[in-house]
Design a protein around this ligand. Structure first.
Ligand code: CTP
Length: 400
């Protein structure tokens, strides 16, 4: 969630500033890129040097640096994807509420274009003062997110509300809020991917050349947009990059169907990209088949069609299938839309250069259920995944 996010951390002068060293470490661990701005009084509690080492960036403490160069607060605020003010003292809170601007932190705040989070920290009576409460309401009304102060022993010795939220809690608050603002927040998605293996005997199977790359990339793209994603994954070396994707590992077509059915009724979107085996051995030998005869015949029977089965169970879901063809691509794909009750299908060629299995690129045509065609250029599978996910998101909006 915070990977590669630009975070501008503004530190003001409260005792809790010492916790910012830990906060910066945690942000860096999350993969964020952190720049710190701090007031003069904040430097009484934590040094700029410490924060510079931890953030791996120069720390800005004034409008001008030691060589009289101007620190452009407008550029700093523009650089930020998120501005986080922690701790926010009663004094700076009052400045923010009234638009005062007498230091680099308040100048960055006033120049903010991004979401601003503030973590108030002050003593019990100050936190409960009506003016403080009013100022907090003003900040909320101005679109800022307040990270609630926590209860505990305060610097004065009083016990109660007013402590800056612990760094771990600040991070989880920010992540939860960001998650909520994503376009697929509260949406659930099922994706299946990879091949299936159909057992012949305990050591052999019938499989196919699917790598699972396309489906895993689709799962990642949905997760980036805030969806809760379940990825039913056949035997594949691919792993989703987004750690919040829940993976259900399966092997056979039968297991793939059971796993997909277990979540299908709860999801809003299902994208079935797996290369499910169409046939499986009628009998699975219980012990290894020995090399006795010159010829060996295997009797195969049809597997269940996962997509078609879900198509029959479809109530509210947006259902998306794939069609991998060698010829008559559009015609066959259109037949599959009808037969499997799909909202759209992603057609691609198994033989065109740069498309299909085991390569990093793909060239697709999306066909909707009204037989309208959308052609896309040859792209990386990640970029193709974005196209498919955007198409699904647009369609989901229209369905509302
Ligand atoms: N599919 C499935 N279960 C199967 C076979 C296919 O869920 N047993 C799904 C695939 O995941 C894909 C779509 O059906 O989304 C089309 O798969 P494809 O292999 O192109 O076509 P088939 O339906 O298997 O038909 P054919 O092999 O005859 O083209």
């Amino acid at each position: 969630m915070l990977q590669n996010k630009h975070i501008l951390l503004g530190i003001t002068g409260g005792i809790a500033a010492y916790k910012c060293a830990h906060l910066v470490r945690l942000l860096i661990k999350e993969g964020a890129i952190v720049k710190v701005v701090m007031t003069k009084s904040a430097q009484e509690f934590v040094t700029a040097k410490t924060l510079s080492v931890l953030s791996k960036n120069e720390v800005i403490t004034d409008f001008f640096d030691a060589n009289h160069n101007w620190n452009n607060h407008v550029q700093l605020a523009e650089w930020a994807d998120i501005i986080l003010i922690a701790p926010l003292t009663a004094n700076t809170l009052a400045k923010f509420a009234n638009g005062l601007c007498d230091n680099i932190v308040s100048a960055c705040y006033l120049s903010a274009r991004s979401k601003v989070f503030v973590a108030p920290a002050m003593d019990l009576d100050m936190y409960q003062h009506p003016t403080t409460k009013q100022n907090i309401q003003t900040l909320i009304a101005n679109g800022n997110s307040i990270i609630p102060a926590e209860s505990g022993e305060l610097a004065s010795g009083l016990v109660g509300e007013g402590r800056m939220a612990e760094p771990e809690n600040i991070i989880s608050f920010v992540k939860t809020e960001l998650q909520k603002s994503l376009p697929l927040a509260n949406k659930k998605v099922l994706v299946n991917a990879g091949p299936t293996y159909e057992a012949i005997d305990p050591v052999r199977f019938i499989g196919n050349r699917s790598s699972g790359k396309m489906g895993v990339a689709i799962a990642d793209e949905f997760a980036k947009l805030g969806a809760e994603v379940t990825l039913v994954l056949g035997p594949s070396h691919q792993k989703p990059k987004q750690h919040q994707v829940k993976v259900l590992a399966v092997e056979s077509a039968q297991e793939m169907l059971a796993a997909c059915e277990s979540v299908f009724q709860q999801v809003d979107i299902a994208v079935l990209s797996a290369a499910v085996a169409d046939y499986k051995p009628k009998e699975v030998a219980t012990s290894k088949i020995k090399k006795k005869d010159a010829m060996l015949s295997l009797e195969l029977i049809k597997t269940d069609d996962v997509l078609e089965t879900l198509g029959k169970q479809k109530t509210h879901q947006l259902l998306v299938g794939f069609a991998l063809e060698t010829d008559n691509i559009i015609e066959y794909a259109q037949e599959k839309i009808k037969k499997k009750n799909l909202d759209f299908i992603v057609a691609n060629s198994a033989i065109e250069q740069g498309a299909g299995f085991a390569v990093d690129t793909n060239k697709i045509t999306i066909i909707d259920k009204h037989n309208k065609l959308y052609n896309f250029e040859l792209k990386s599978k990640q970029a193709v995944a974005q196209d498919i996910v955007n198409f699904a998101v647009d369609l989901l909006k229209l369905k509302k």
